[in-house]
Design a protein around this ligand. Sequence first.
Ligand SMILES: *[C@@H]1O[C@H](CO)[C@@H](O)[C@H](O)[C@H]1NC(C)=O
Ligand SMILES: *[C@@H]1O[C@H](CO)[C@@H](O)[C@H](O)[C@H]1NC(C)=O
Ligand SMILES: *[C@@H]1O[C@H](CO)[C@@H](O)[C@H](O)[C@H]1NC(C)=O
Ligand SMILES: *[C@@H]1O[C@H](CO)[C@@H](O)[C@H](O)[C@H]1NC(C)=O
Ligand SMILES: *[C@@H]1O[C@H](CO)[C@@H](O)[C@H](O)[C@H]1NC(C)=O
Ligand SMILES: *[C@@H]1O[C@H](CO)[C@@H](O)[C@H](O)[C@H]1NC(C)=O
Ligand SMILES: *[C@@H]1O[C@H](CO)[C@@H](O)[C@H](O)[C@H]1NC(C)=O
Ligand SMILES: *[C@@H]1O[C@H](CO)[C@@H](O)[C@H](O)[C@H]1NC(C)=O
Length: 443
Amino acid sequence: MRSSLVNLLLCICLLNLSKSEKLTFKNVTVRWRHNYKKGETVATSDSLKKIIPDDERVSVEIPGSIPILYEKSVFDIPNLKSLDLYDVSLQEIKPGAFGNLPHLKWISLRKNNLTEIKTNTFSDQKITYLDLSFNSIIVLHRGAFKNFNANLLLLANNKLTEFPSGVFENVTIRSLILADNLLHTIAPKALSTIALKRLTLSNNIFDEINPESFDMQQLVALFLNSNLVKLLRPGDLRNLPELKKLWLAVNDLEEIPEGVFNNTKLTVLNLNLNKIAKIASEAFDDMPVLIELHIDSNNLTQWDNNWLKGAKSLVQISVSENQIAEIPDEAFKNYPRMMTIDLHGSYIRNISVKGFDNLDYVDHLDLTYNEIDNWSPDLLGNVSIGRLDLTGNKLQCVEGDLKTIFRNVEYTILRENPWNEDCVKKIEEFVNNSKQYVPEDDD
Ligand SMILES: *[C@@H]1O[C@H](CO)[C@@H](O)[C@H](O)[C@H]1NC(C)=O
Ligand SMILES: *[C@@H]1O[C@H](CO)[C@@H](O)[C@H](O)[C@H]1NC(C)=O
Ligand SMILES: *[C@@H]1O[C@H](CO)[C@@H](O)[C@H](O)[C@H]1NC(C)=O
Ligand SMILES: *[C@@H]1O[C@H](CO)[C@@H](O)[C@H](O)[C@H]1NC(C)=O
Ligand SMILES: *[C@@H]1O[C@H](CO)[C@@H](O)[C@H](O)[C@H]1NC(C)=O
Ligand SMILES: *[C@@H]1O[C@H](CO)[C@@H](O)[C@H](O)[C@H]1NC(C)=O
Ligand SMILES: *[C@@H]1O[C@H](CO)[C@@H](O)[C@H](O)[C@H]1NC(C)=O
Ligand SMILES: *[C@@H]1O[C@H](CO)[C@@H](O)[C@H](O)[C@H]1NC(C)=O
């Protein structure tokens, strides 16, 4: 028992007390699992060894001020499992600060003042989680990360402007978080060798998806929200053959041409909050496994009934908050059975009498807060609808027998329309005798 404690002490406190300038820390409160709340103040390495148990894997949390981690700061501690150096004003890690830590899996260096990660800083075969977010990192040196196989590497909220090549040597990382940096480019193939599955680049300044950089053969999910991507070209995704989820919300896209998503394995595509005014008729063709398409809050003025040819897996399309004035004939013919069609707030005024032709079933059809002022009795035909929501339109009346018109609708919601005096009683009666939809909390 003792000997392990001695190890721990040697390591964390490194030194050579005579050279006190090389002391990594002194007089700090150390906490470890089972005793996190209390903590113990450690004046010197001698007292530290008395308080850390050595008979099990330990998670150590060291607060206070630790400006520099010198070589072998955390070294040769067989029972150390996790190390938390959160917000300790750390400015520098000397190469070799960490080593001989056969069970160290989890390291947090979140919220410190690191500006670079030097060659050979993180070389450990067991690291599965490494948090370097909320620092001021500008440079990642060649070989900064070596020989490990991590689930998660967090580098969010730093000051990286580019991701250079050679940073990783013999490393695999499932999920890499680079959100909230100043990245505009990734060096060609810099992330190609780490078997990445998820990459988060939200809140950076990429203006394109360059296929030389975005060459990640195993990537499944790419988050590029809040960047400056202005255009997508056919072939941009050609080196992302396994990509299933692509988020491009809050970018500067104005147009979606044909062939960008052609024959991809995308199941979720999110294009919300761009400035998309034009989408080629064929833009979403050949996407046989697409399940969800989101184009909310864009500048579309037209609905194209040729979109999504062959999208046989589609169950959700949401194009709310655009300016689509009109729903044309057979608007949804390419995806006849849907969970959700969301067209709320899109300035829709006219729906063609044939608008819903060739649509079989929609669980939730959201047409709320549009400008619909006319609902033809034949409009729905035999479409079967779980919930048809017409709240907040401009309907003054619906001609004909409402029970017949909405016969295949389970819940018809007709709130906030300017019913005229002659019609209001009819509407009320229908509503009073219909099943009422009770929204769930998360609705
Ligand atoms: C240790 O730190 C505490 C405050 O954190 C301080 O009051 C005390 O004087 C320090 N002791 C030594 C020996 O530096
Ligand atoms: C460390 O960073 C914090 C916030 O990022 C800042 O307030 C503090 O002044 C920095 N400290 C040093 C020593 O640079
Ligand atoms: C690569 O890293 C693994 C640990 O993830 C290690 O077992 C292996 O020896 C390393 N290979 C080389 C060539 O360094
Ligand atoms: C999209 O893929 C289809 C089928 O592979 C092909 O016929 C078509 O030319 C492609 N379009 C573009 C723009 O690449
Ligand atoms: C998109 O629509 C917004 C809001 O209606 C408008 O302010 C903006 O000028 C439009 N942008 C383009 C590129 O059409
Ligand atoms: C759309 O509705 C307006 C007003 O009801 C009507 O004047 C116009 O002809 C309609 N347009 C089409 C294409 O149906
Ligand atoms: C709707 O269903 C009825 C009864 O099954 C059928 O007679 C009618 O032709 C159908 N209407 C349309 C537009 O398909
Ligand atoms: C509908 O129900 C409300 C509240 O129960 C009632 O005040 C109203 O008279 C009913 N309207 C009709 C037309 O049945």
